[in-house]
Structures are given as C-alpha cells and as structure tokens.
Write a protein that binds this ligand. Structure first.
Ligand code: SRM
Ligand code: SF4
Length: 576
C-alpha cells in the first residue's frame, strides 16, 4: 500500500488557499484551457474545464485544440432559488453558456459550455444574484441537500434552515474566490440575506491548507420522504419530528456511490446510522465528523479517500469513539423513522399554511427549448410572475413553491403552454427516471446517459404497457460510468455505462433508498437489457402484492440472479 501523498495533496498545499495560478491562466489568450493543476483547484471554485467529446476527433484531425469550455455549478443549499435569481440564472444560460440550465442530482444548477473569457463575468453575475459557486466541487463539504418540500410545517422550515446553516458554516473561508472572480469585492454580509458566515479570514480554521482528502456530501431528509437519498451521503441527517416539533436528527455516516470499473476495492456503500443528536448539538457533530475524516481520511490514494473507506478501514465503532471523544459527549441511540419513498410527488400539494406547491417533471433536469417542450422559456415566464420560490429536487425536478391558491390557474396555463405538464400523463417509469449528464461534456463518461434516456424510455414503456404496468412507479437510474452520479446503485432498475452502447444492468433496490441493487446482467447492449427485463415485468404484473415495488418483488421472489459484482447488497446498518 502506497503511503506517499497523492499529487492532489501537493497541489492543494502549494495553492496558497486555492489561488494557484488560476487568475494568470484565465488571462492567457493563447489557449481556451488552463493548466491541469489549476483545473484541479478550479473545482473548489465550482467549475471544471471540459471539452466537447463529440468534436474531439474532428478537431484532432484538424490539428485544433479540443473544444474547451467550462462547466459551472451553483451552491444552493436546499435547492431554493428566488424568482429573481432564476431570471439571472436563465440569462446566464442564454448569454454565457450553451442555452440550457441543468438541474443536478444534488438540487442545484449547472451551466455547460462557458468559454474561458466568460467564466469570470458568469461567476460575478451569480454572486450579484446573491448566490455562489464556491465549493460546489472540490475536496470540501459540498452543497448541502435537503428534502425539497420543507414548507409543510414549521419543523420542516427549521430543518431546511439547518441545511443552509451547515452549507454556509462549513464552506471554505479563503478570500481566493473573491479575489479571482470578484476583483476582491465582497457584497456586504448584511446584503446576503440570512447568511450566517462570518467575514472571511485567510486561515481555514476547519480545513487547513490541504482541505479534505476528498469530496464530502451532507444531506438532510425529512421522513417519510427520502428524496435526497440520505444513505448515499457522507453525512446523512434524518430529521425526527414528533408532534410537529423538530426533536433532532439521526446521524448516518459513510454513504457513497462511486466505484471504479474493475477495481473491487471500490464500491457503493450505504451510510450507517450511528445515533441521534438534538438540534443544539447538531453543528458540533457535523463539524466533528468532517474533522475526523479530515484527519483520518486517506490522502495517498484518492480512490480510497471518501469517508466510506475510512470507516471500512478503521472500523465504524472506532470512528464513532473518536467522534464522541472529540465531542466530549455521546450520541443518543437512534430514534425510529420510516421512509416511504425516494422519488418526487408530482402535481399540486397544499402546504400547512394554505400555500400550494407544484412539482414538475424535468427529464434529466435539462431545461431547454426543444420543439413543443419550451421548458427554459416556460420556467422563465413562471419566474416573471411567480411570487413564491423555486425548489430543485435531487431527482432533477423543480417545484414551483409557495403559490397562493388564486395564482394556481395562471401557473397552470404557463405550464401547459410550454409543454411542462408532462407529469399529468407520463408513465410511472418516465416520471421516476434519473440520468446523469455523461456525454458530450463529462470527461469520465464511458457510455451515453442523458442523451440515451429519450430513446430508451419508449422501449421500456412499450414493454411495461404490454403487461399493464404503464403507471407502475418504477425507479430507473442511468449513469454513463460507475461513478454513479445518478445514484444508480439505488435504482430499482439501473444501467451503469461500461462502453459505447453497453451497460451493466442492475436490479433490486427498494423504492426508499435503503437497499443497494445488484448486477443482473454485465456489460450488455440494449437488446439484451430489454430481453432480460421483459419476463421480469411479466411476472411482476401477474404476481406482485398490493403496493409491492418492483425491486422488492424481485428480491422477495428470488429473481435476482447475481453475477460477480462489487457492491455490497446490504440494507442500512444501525449501530446499537
Ligand atoms: Fe458526479 C464526477 C456530474 C452528482 C459521484 N460528476 C463528476 C463530474 C464532475 C465528472 C468529472 O469529475 O470530470 C461530472 C460532470 C459532468 C458534466 O458534464 O456535467 C459529474 N455529479 C454530476 C451531476 C451533474 C450529475 C447529474 O446528472 O445531475 C451531479 C452534480 C451534483 C451537484 O450538484 O453537486 C453529480 N456525483 C453525483 C452523485 C449523486 C449525489 O451526490 O447525490 C454522486 C454519487 C454520490 C457520491 O458522491 O458517492 C457522484 N461524481 C461522482 C464521482 C465518484 C466519487 C467517488 O467517491 O468515487 C465522480 C468522480 C470523482 O469524483 O472522481 C464524479
Ligand atoms: Fe460522468 Fe460518470 Fe458522473 Fe455520469 S456517472 S456524470 S458519466 S462521472
């Protein structure tokens, strides 16, 4: 086992708190790229250098440099966006990016196709909309996700406020972001409504100069909804609400999806529940989990650097002991909770205060104007009249939230006019499909994902329809590679890319994000995928029990013929 620090650690240590030579690289007019080292640091600012993979070969033959452009990701705790922000983000998509807005599986936005000289004005525009891209990527605590419809009770609002606080207070403190992107200017803290972060200092009291060994994700779920997939998070918090009061959170640690093809030492893992904490102690617990991972995580081998590997190498009990010893108190035993599902609820729902929330289905989270689906324009027009807010979901959908009853009709008519009303008539599987970006922008994609979904869905729908399953809410997840950005290991049906047109077919997760699926067919093409699914759909249609999900049915009837695989098909573990 190697013990030398990874090259990434050298880059972080020598970066002067994430500055590197990013500013100089941006100013270089000779190339559309920046250096590899700066690109690694750029992640901490919320951006990646990519190139259009569709054009790679053609440009190589023409002896041109790749078609470089930057992807940019916003940090939007809890996925909440005001209409004013939406309009700025939409403008950015049309003026600076590729004309689309992309809702991610962590309830924020990505813009693709930003050329180098537009990156700085784009980040500045986001900042002036009182949002940020800081630490949306990189070895830090990322955007904190939270159950998307938090306005059902005061306790829900309180839980959402915790997501914001964790996201703000665990963000990096370096002034590099403001220096590089905002010419050192920082909006007055008071102008940043609700921001609790103190003025930036040069030190990183939490992270130190080398930040974390790897990315760190926090998600907060409010049972019975597990729409954030709380067990896929490094730190998952399960809100315990009793008689309308937020009592605290169960703490789950060590979730993660990523794996490397052909490397059995990497695997998806569900977070383990280690106890309960009151709201008063939540911040200390979250920060200390991050601190222990900072100190114990593997800084030699990035493939093994996530918290899940720290736990498996050092032991869950040992980690918990270290955590409690640093905290100076013990976690209470975990409290009872129950998750019903990890999908979204579509259509209108009335909140506790009489306001209404409309969840729209956005296929693969891609807001664009294509044919009759003028989704980008439709959402822009909604933002122009809407007086509530928008909430992104971790299933890549959007909620038009906090609508007065009197405004519903107007919202519905804009929705209908722009083809955003698909949720009313779509099949169950379509409404619950999630696909990662993959080609042409993702440098790691081994197969298509987002671009494959529109072709695959009608074929699956045809099979399901034949068996009378058109409305069955089956959770389908596609990823273009085993990194698992659509959390495919939690799909009742999942395709994980192996190569062009080839996927591992995985089956058997539950519909509440509490059981990993398993490989059913390895490295197969579409014909083999459909052939494998058809008889399973037939049996499901004929033999399922009332309300029984597809994944549960397959497992319960011993229909999962497993091939050797790297996942651990274990349900969520709860420490006594
Ligand atoms: Fe992801 C890397 C897209 C959610 C696990 N992910 C990437 C990169 C940045 C590719 C890269 O490193 O060059 C992708 C950019 C593609 C593009 O062109 O936009 C990418 N990940 C995405 C998004 C946009 C997928 C989507 O379709 O929505 C999601 C953005 C989330 C956000 O807003 O922050 C996204 N990625 C996830 C999730 C789901 C989640 O967090 O709930 C996971 C699995 C959970 C986890 O982290 O374990 C995930 N992404 C990865 C990994 C594997 C990490 C690992 O531990 O092995 C990588 C590769 C890496 O980090 O080296 C990766
Ligand atoms: Fe790219 Fe793989 Fe993530 Fe899909 S799962 S966005 S292909 S890294």
């Amino acid at each position: 086992m190697t013990t030398a620090l990874s090259d990434f650690e050298r880059i972080k240590a020598g970066s002067n708190y994430l500055r590197g030579t990013i500013a100089e690289g941006l100013a270089d007019p000779v190339t559309g790229a920046i250096s590899d080292d700066d690109n690694k640091l750029l992640k901490f600012h919320g951006s990646y250098l990519q190139d259009d993979r569709d054009l790679r070969e053609e440009r190589r033959q023409q002896k041109l440099e790749p078609a470089y452009a930057f992807m940019l990701r916003a940090r939007l705790p809890g996925g909440v966006v005001t209409p004013a922000q939406w309009l700025v983000f939409d403008q950015i998509a049309r003026d600076y990016a590729n004309g689309t807005l992309r809702i991610t599986t962590r309830q924020t936005f990505q813009w693709h196709g930003i050329i180098k000289r537009k990156l700085k004005p784009t980040i500045a525009a986001i900042h002036h909309a009182l949002a940020s891209t800081i630490a949306a990527c990189g070895d830090v605590v990322r955007n904190v996700v939270s159950t998307s419809n938090p306005m059902e009770s005061e306790a829900h609002a309180e839980a959402y406020a915790w997501a914001v606080r964790l996201s703000d207070d665990l963000a990096p403190q370096t002034r590099a972001y403001h220096e590089i992107w905002l010419d050192g200017v920082r909006l007055d803290d008071k102008a940043l409504a609700g921001e609790s972060k103190p003025l930036v200092t040069e030190q990183e009291p939490l992270y130190g100069a080398t930040y974390l060994p790897r990315k760190f994700k926090i998600g907060l779920a409010i049972p019975p909804l597990n729409d954030v997939d709380v067990f896929a998070q490094d730190l998952g918090l399960i809100a315990i609400i009793e008689a309308g009061t937020l009592r605290g959170f169960n703490v789950a640690i060590g979730g993660g999806m990523g794996a490397t093809q052909g490397d059995a030492s990497t695997y998806p893992r569900l977070a383990s529940v280690i106890g309960f904490v009151t709201p008063q102690r939540l911040f200390a617990v979250a920060e200390t989990v991050v601190r222990v991972q900072r100190d114990w995580g593997n800084r030699s081998e990035r493939k093994h650097a996530r918290l899940k590997y720290t736990l498996d190498h050092r032991g869950l009990e040992a980690f918990k002991e270290e955590l409690e010893s640093r905290l100076g108190f013990e976690l209470e035993p975990a409290r009872a909770y129950h998750f019903e599902h990890n999908g979204d609820r579509f259509g209108w729902v009335e909140g506790h205060d009489g306001c209404w929330h409309l969840t729209l289905h956005i296929e693969s989270g891609r807001l664009a104007d294509v044919g009759a689906h003028r989704w980008l324009t439709g959402l822009r027009e909604l933002a122009q009249v809407h007086t509530g807010d928008f909430r992104m979901t971790c299933n890549q959908n959007v909620i038009v939230a906090n609508v007065a009853a009197a405004d519903r009709e107007r919202i519905d008519s804009i929705v209908q006019e722009h083809g955003l009303d698909g949720y009313l008539k779509q099949s169950g599987i379509r409404r619950h499909a999630v696909a990662c970006v993959a080609l042409p922008t993702c440098g790691l994609a081994m197969a298509e994902s987002e671009r494959y979904l529109p072709g695959l869905l009608p074929k699956l729908e045809q099979l399901l329809d034949r068996h009378g399953l058109a409305d069955a809410p089956i959770l389908l997840r596609l990823s273009g590679c085993p990194n698992g950005c659509s959390r495919p290991y939690l799909g009742e049906i999942a395709l994980v890319g192996r190569g062009p047109g080839r996927y591992d077919l995985r089956l058997g997760a539950d519909f509440s994000g509490q059981r990993l699926n398993t490989i059913y067919r390895e490295n197969v093409d579409e014909a083999a995928i459909l052939a494998a699914l058809d008889p399973l759909f037939e049996r499901y249609a004929a033999e399922r029990g009332p309300g029984e999900g597809f994944g549960d049915f397959l497992l319960g009837n011993d229909l999962l013929r497993t091939e050797p695989n790297h996942s651990r098909q274990i349900p969520v573990q709860v420490l006594a």
